[in-house]
Design a protein around this ligand. Structure first.
Ligand SMILES: [Zn+2]
Length: 99
């Protein structure tokens, strides 16, 4: 018989792990960029497995190549009330409006 899973608790732990990993990736991104990317990969994997939303934290890294955004590896442009972020690692562009 399967053990009943406490999904609420699982999600809480998943959130904590994601926060921890993303913090770590922010701390290491100027030291070891590929390592900090690895942290993002792990965080995203946990988020998918436990269906946890990343919300505003997803602005910390590129959705396509999962590299954390870093001043010299990204370009930010603001025009007509919209922000455009270009990832210089993979060239993907993200746009969103500012209220
Ligand atoms: Zn990218």
């Amino acid at each position: 018989m399967a053990v009943r899973r406490d999904k609420k608790l699982e999600k809480k732990i998943a959130q904590e792990r994601i926060d921890y990993l993303l913090n770590l990736s922010q701390k290491t991104k100027w030291v070891d960029y590929s390592l900090s990317k690895r942290y993002v990969e792990l965080a995203v994997r946990i988020a998918r497995k436990y269906r946890v939303r990343l919300r505003k934290r997803k602005l910390l890294f590129c959705r396509k190549c999962l590299h954390p955004y870093r001043g010299d590896r990204m370009r930010v442009r603001i025009s007509k009330g919209a922000v455009r972020i270009v990832c210089l690692n993979c060239g993907s562009v993200r746009r969103f409006r500012i209220k």
